[in-house]
Design a protein around this ligand. Structure first.
Ligand code: PMP
Length: 353
């Protein structure tokens, strides 16, 4: 740390992203919940010579084709759509500007939440999940903090039905609930449908998982026009142009290609369910995931050992150290071929231990 670093932030513990290895050819990468498929063919078509020439200009502000495509997809107004440089940026704005009474979130959830809270000096309350990793809505009754909820949750993959989200919203209509739907497209139902009834709801989504654009950095928020206005106030006080011109075009193209979106997510769901079944047959314990990953506890060894043995065999998954996570690894659902390789490696490892 230099002597110039602000003492207020000296305790900041930054988020540790999953490893992005340089030599990708040698590794099967199942550690950061990216898509195994390329972006939609329409994204390739959107990146024309003309669109690249436009890079000399600042990107468009206000309502763009991306806003309209998204609004059409969900049947909401374009003014209810906020765009950000990845959903991490949208979440950062929520912590920075939408937590007047602090924040509250589960003990086992997206690891960036406490980091944002630290960055913006927002006090936060941790609400432990039950023993089986499920979330009990009643634990949130009476809390005044802004609630952050990943649905499906990470790293467990467990999903809350819309009636559970509704119950949470009903607890206090003057308390904001931020539902982080990074993984909603792999079998869950989006809470966007609740927006006409609840102005204390903000939904966050990303193009990184189900729309094959993790490298494009594009996230969305959906809420009342007032909430979206607040997010734009924050964005325009920080970096109005945080979503670049090409990403705006890529996002609109991906959002308009419903057929490709559906085909990719259906395939992930199919492969996820097959992989879960196969691993359970081998004695793994796996909570029911509606995400593009599974949280899997191998039989007879720790999560760390399984992680290390997979790595020796060129397969990269994510291990989270910690009392509740020690027995598990998080495995991103890749292509069918990649998951076959995972199962073959797992059979070898199980013989070994
Ligand atoms: N929310 C959750 C629950 C996530 O797992 C992730 C991905 N790490 C994000 C948000 C952020 O995704 P991105 O910034 O790529 O949109």
């Amino acid at each position: 740390m230099s002597r110039f670093f602000d003492g207020k932030l000296s305790a900041l513990e930054p988020y540790t992203p999953g490893e992005q290895p340089k030599d990708m050819k040698k590794l099967i990468k199942l550690n950061t919940n990216e898509s195994p498929f390329p972006p939609s063919p329409r994204v390739f078509e959107a990146l024309t010579r003309e669109s690249i020439e436009q890079l000399r200009l600042y990107p468009a502000l206000g309502i763009t084709e991306l806003h309209r495509a998204t609004a059409d997809f969900y049947g909401i107004a374009p003014e209810q759509v906020f765009t950000a440089n990845g959903s991490d940026e949208a979440l950062a704005f929520c912590f920075h500007g939408l937590c007047p009474n602090g924040a509250a979130f589960a003990d086992l959830t997206y690891g960036f939440y406490p980091v944002f809270a630290g960055m913006f000096q927002i006090p936060y309350r941790i609400i432990p999940l039950r023993e089986d990793f499920t979330l009990n809505i009643a634990d949130y009754a009476g809390l005044r903090e802004t609630i952050f909820l990943a649905n499906p949750n990470a790293p467990t993959g467990l999903y809350l039905e819309p009636d559970r989200i509704r119950a949470l919203l009903e607890q206090d209509r003057d308390r904001l609930v931020v539902v982080d739907e990074a993984y909603i497209d792999f079998g869950g139902e989006s809470s966007v449908a609740l927006l006409p009834e609840y102005d204390n709801l903000l939904v966050i989504q990303t193009f990184s998982k189900s729309r094959q654009l993790a490298g494009g950095r594009l996230g969305l928020a959906f809420g009342s026009t007032e909430l979206i206005g607040d997010l734009n106030t924050l964005k325009f006080s920080f970096n109005p142009y945080s979503v670049n011109h090409l990403t705006l075009l890529e996002g609109a193209a991906a959002m308009r290609d419903r057929t490709y979106f559906d085909a990719c997510r259906r395939e992930i769901i199919r492969v996820r369910d097959d992989t879960t079944r196969e691993l359970r047959l081998r004695g793994f314990s796996i909570p029911e995931s509606l995400a593009n990953f599974i949280f899997a506890a191998p039989p007879g060894m720790s999560g760390r050992t399984y992680y290390e043995k997979l790595r020796e065999r060129g397969i990269l998954v994510r291990y989270f150290a910690g009392a509740r996570t020690d027995g598990y690894v998080r495995i991103t659902i890749g292509s069918e071929e990649q998951m076959k390789a995972l199962l073959a490696a797992t059979d070898e490892i199980l013989k070994e231990v």
